[in-house]
Design a protein around this ligand. Sequence first.
Ligand SMILES: Cc1cc2nc3c(=O)[nH]c(=O)nc-3n(C[C@H](O)[C@H](O)[C@H](O)COP(=O)(O)O)c2cc1C
Length: 337
Amino acid sequence: MLNRGPDYDAATAALWSHRDPAEFMGLVHYTTLAANSHNAQAWRFRRTTEGVAILPDMARALPVADSDHHHLYASLGCAAENLMLAAGAAGRSSAMEFATDGEAHIEIALGQVGNRDGLFDAILERQCTRSDFSGRPVPRSDLSAMQVAARVAGCELLLIEDRAKIEQVLELILAANATQVSDPAFAEELGSWLRFNARAAIEMGDGLYSGCSGNPSLPTFLGRIMFGVFFKPDAENDRYARQVRSSSGLAVFVSERDDPAHWVRAGRSYQRFALQATALGIRHAHLNQPVEVPSVRRELQSLLGLGNRRPDLVLRFGYAQPMPRSLRRPVRSVIAP
Ligand SMILES: Cc1cc2nc3c(=O)[nH]c(=O)nc-3n(C[C@H](O)[C@H](O)[C@H](O)COP(=O)(O)O)c2cc1C
């Protein structure tokens, strides 16, 4: 078994560190530290006369897990939120627009005078923590702070702490997870984003490193074999059931309309929630299976009484020790001409 080793720790320590947000490359650095689906980093950034354009990189889309590009645009929303917070830390204002001329993308205009938001300080600490949590409840005042931080027009955050309701949502998570895990195309796509050891993770600078999920490091050829053997519905469902039951609650982001502009809003709202949770010492992880499988998404809609509104993202939150950090590709490789 390969250990994570000093190289991985050095790479993450160098990545998750401060840059000058007043400089374009520094601004993009903070932007790329946003949460994003499969850590595929399906984004590119262009300097514009007004500020920065955030463009989708469709070569990094996930045709099986995210066939309508919902998560891709939600991830661009996460990036936009980090960018605007970093602009504020550099004393600049920012305004976001969703542009539909040509390929749908985000335009951020930067102004002269802006304020630093405390959430900026959590950018370097935030992570998705895919471990069991402690079960300890989150104080009401912290739940309120997360609600307030997550406020973005066109998107609502539902916090679920009732254990019976959590069990009902868990049932849908497990049903959707079993569907996905049994789908060879889903397993193949996920497998292509797994990085089975620190060397592969560092070389690629993207994807899901096994160590971040508490899994052992293995040579790539062996990791692929073990993934084929162990990626089975029962084992995966047992793990998710344990993780959900150890969590303090669930968070569901719901947008008013089901279109890319609102998926971006859901991403922004989630990123703000994640940063506020981080600032309060509260961890979170995604459980998006029930929004990714359309038939189960309709069941979730009805369970939560959402009418026609789309549940965008499902997460759990609670308390746990940090896990190893994720990596990103170098900023220069995500700059569009
Ligand atoms: C839109 C979106 C969907 C995601 N879906 C999942 C998911 O279903 N399961 C999961 O474990 N993580 C999910 N993630 C978390 C990403 O895998 C994570 O952000 C990425 O690996 C980078 O790691 P970090 O957030 O710890 O920096 C999602 C993130 C986003 C923004």
